[in-house]
Design a protein around this ligand. Structure first.
Ligand SMILES: [Zn+2]
Length: 198
């Protein structure tokens, strides 16, 4: 976005205002979008768990057969599957059904506020470096500097993400650099077009 405004020929104050507005609007909309989407996921999980709780109360035999069938389909022989289902249900019936039938665990449970804050924070971190460059670079170098700086930053993020995920960094770095450069080229091109027509 900074590149689009800079390519349109704007002065530094306009570029910085656009950058700060973009950072705030982006962080807020990422947080709002994430909150809405994760909340609806949490609602679905909650209603699935309530339905499971009702079924366990009203039809425990059918629920036992259902859980045993799940273990059987994963390769456990029928007798063992029935015994495992029985022992797991005696220990924590709802927990066993939530985990093995609905695939809901403590780890995967949707947390809307946490997801919203994480999205806002990561967006802000990602937007901060180009904004800092826009504040510090000499005006003559602002377009080139933003391009080079942003691509380097994207490559670094791609490498950090790959290493954190335990994969080789080259492919993720190439992917994030390619799509980032394409996005910047399109934005700069459109900025330039709008800048010359205004
Ligand atoms: Zn069940």
């Amino acid at each position: 976005m900074l590149l689009g405004v800079a390519a349109a020929g704007a002065e530094r104050p306009a570029i910085l205002i656009a950058g700060v507005a973009g950072l705030v609007a982006g962080a807020m909309s990422m947080a709002a979008g994430e909150y809405v989407s994760v909340s609806s996921q949490a609602d679905t999980e909650q209603s699935d768990i309530s339905r499971e709780r009702r079924e366990l109360a009203s039809a425990p035999e059918a629920e036992h057969a259902e859980l045993a069938a799940i273990y059987e389909s994963r390769g456990v022989d029928p007798d063992t599957a029935r015994a495992v289902a029985e022992q797991m249900m005696a220990f924590d019936a709802l927990g066993a059904h939530a985990r093995d039938e609905l695939h809901i665990t403590e780890l995967t449970t949707a947390r809307p506020v946490l997801a919203a804050l994480t999205s806002a924070a990561t967006f802000t971190a990602g937007a901060a470096l180009p904004l800092l460059l826009a504040a510090l670079l000499p005006m003559a170098l602002i377009v080139v500097g933003e391009v080079v700086g942003s691509i380097l930053f994207l490559a670094l993020l791609g490498a950090v993400g790959a290493i954190a995920g335990g994969t080789r960094p080259w492919k993720p770095v190439a992917r994030v650099v390619f799509w980032g450069a394409l996005a910047m080229a399109l934005t700069a091109g459109i900025g330039r077009l709008v800048g010359t027509s205004l």
